[in-house]
Ligand binder design. Structure first.
Ligand SMILES: Cc1cc2nc3c(=O)[nH]c(=O)nc-3n(C[C@H](O)[C@H](O)[C@H](O)COP(=O)(O)OP(=O)(O)OC[C@H]3O[C@@H](n4cnc5c(N)ncnc54)[C@H](O)[C@@H]3O)c2cc1C
Length: 106
């Protein structure tokens, strides 16, 4: 919840409550070293390895822009604008807003 744009307060409070209600165990200050067919292997700050047995792994690691196409077209077209997640990963409102701004400018 801290990785992207601010999460609305009400959503954040509700999500944090749900984690407690559902007794979700949380491990912080650790990073994933390996994902095998049966487990996720993590390493904590003290460099100790821990194996977490899992049959399903969902990665929610934050987002990164992919502006490869923009770079490829740079200097090849008279006017080029990068908008939305390609400019900066955010949300639908951010992408629509970018489109609106550029649409008005051209
Ligand atoms: C799992 C997930 C959940 C999300 N949930 C929400 C949410 O609940 N609410 C919210 O507001 N936002 C949410 N977002 C963020 C939201 O989806 C994005 O911010 C938004 O879709 C960005 O719009 P965009 O048009 O910039 O990019 P995209 O929606 O990614 O569209 C880019 C399009 O360009 C195409 N493309 C890429 N390269 C090329 C190429 N070389 N040639 C032709 N086409 C190409 C892609 O296939 C894609 O269709 C979520 C994102 C993810 C990943």
């Amino acid at each position: 919840m801290d990785g992207g744009p601010p999460v609305p307060h009400m959503n954040k409070v509700m999500l944090l409550d749900l984690l407690t209600v559902q007794k979700v165990s949380m491990l912080t200050n650790a990073h994933v070293q390996e994902i095998t067919n049966e487990a996720v292997i993590i390493v904590d700050r003290a460099s100790s390895r821990k194996t977490i047995i899992a049959d399903t792994v969902v990665l929610a690691l934050g987002l990164k822009s992919n502006d490869e196409l923009g770079k490829l077209l740079e200097g090849k077209v008279a006017h080029m604008y990068t908008i939305g997640d390609c400019r900066e990963p955010r949300n639908i409102m951010g992408a629509v807003w970018d489109g609106y701004e550029v649409g008005r400018a051209v």
